[in-house]
Design a protein around this ligand. Structure first.
Ligand code: C2E
Ligand code: MG
Ligand code: MG
Ligand code: MG
Length: 288
């Protein structure tokens, strides 16, 4: 059937390809417009000390309040944005917004030196403009460079000499570097010694796994990281038992739904005691 209708099939594919290209172009235009129109926002997920549960800082996570579509998660637009320089525009915006927010919270932070982690795309790190974008965010907000953490994945850090040099330059300016989703790529523990990084974020798949051996793997990662003076953050902690295990393994910090979901700046101010009208507990902040 496919053979006899070969010509029709080609037309169907043509039509489908044409439609997909048009959809991509529409989405790209909508992202570019959304940036100008102020449709992007950041949610913030608290990062806490494993030992004391004290707040250490936040990870900024991009959201798109696209008219008619609700709050769009990054998985629905970052991959497309990464195919063009749009991802650098989004990255520049996120760096500016996250540091501006941290500066505002630092006033209410009582000297805790809270950190703000921002995800950086490989394409943005691959471009020299990342250096200006980070410098502009720091200068514009006045935050202490050591409070800004740039999250990158393993492949971006290891693959390319120009990127590694850029990371060294960024780190030279005082900014911290974290490897996101650690364990899902191909970095060997030995390489950690030579990479310009400060923190490992252990991927959620290892934190959640009950597979025999995974706990040992996490123990190994933590002890290697500590040997090389790296801090370890566990991602995606959803259960008390996971947090207890991380404490035994001497993991430094954790984030995950168990502790708090990513939330709006207003919700952070209400629940973390950071706003001008800050309240001390989420209960106290609930609407009357
Ligand atoms: P990521 O940097 O690894 O961020 C962690 C993701 O895990 C977030 O998803 C967060 O909401 C989710 N998460 C946190 N705790 C838990 C948990 O306990 N359980 C589960 N199941 N999930 C948890 P989100 O916000 O959808 O972001 C997905 C990815 O999109 C991020 O992964 C990051 O790679 C990317 N991304 C987000 N914001 C930005 C950005 O501003 N720039 C760039 N380039 N990428 C971003
Ligand atoms: Mg991240
Ligand atoms: Mg991650
Ligand atoms: Mg991830």
């Amino acid at each position: 059937r496919a053979k006899t209708s070969g010509r029709g099939t080609a037309e169907v594919f043509d039509e489908q390809l044409r439609r997909e290209l048009a959809e991509r172009a529409d989405l790209e235009a909508a992202i570019a417009h959304g940036l100008v129109a102020g449709e992007f926002l950041l949610h913030y997920q608290p990062v806490v000390s494993v030992a004391t549960k004290e707040l250490r800082g936040f990870e900024a996570l991009l959201r798109w309040d696209r008219p008619g579509h609700g709050l769009v998660p990054p998985a629905a637009f970052i991959p497309l944005a990464e195919q063009s320089n749009l991802i650098c525009e989004l990255g520049r915006w996120a760096l500016g917004e996250a540091t501006r927010q941290l500066a505002a919270w630092s006033a209410a932070d009582a000297g805790r030196g809270l950190t703000m982690a921002v995800n950086v795309s490989g394409r943005h790190l691959g471009s020299p403009r990342i250096l200006d974008d980070v410098a502009d965010a720091l200068a514009g907000s006045g935050v202490d460079p050591s409070c800004l953490v740039l999250e990158l994945t393993e492949t971006m850090i290891v693959d390319d000499v120009a990127c590694t040099d850029r990371l060294r330059a960024l780190r030279g300016s005082g900014v911290r570097i974290a490897i996101d989703d650690f364990g899902t790529g191909y970095t060997s523990i030995g390489q950690l010694q030579n990479l310009p990084v400060d923190t490992l974020k252990i991927d959620r798949s290892f934190v959640a796994s009950e597979a025999p051996g995974h706990q040992e793997l996490v123990r190994l990662i933590v002890s290697a990281a500590h040997t090389f003076n790296l801090a370890v953050v566990a991602e995606g902690v959803e259960e008390d038992a996971q947090l207890a295990a991380l404490r035994t393994l001497q993991c430094d910090a954790a984030q995950g739904f168990l502790i708090a979901r990513p939330m709006s700046a207003a919700a952070v101010e209400a629940s973390c005691g950071l706003g001008a009208r800050a309240m001390s507990s989420p209960e106290a902040a609930a609407p009357a």
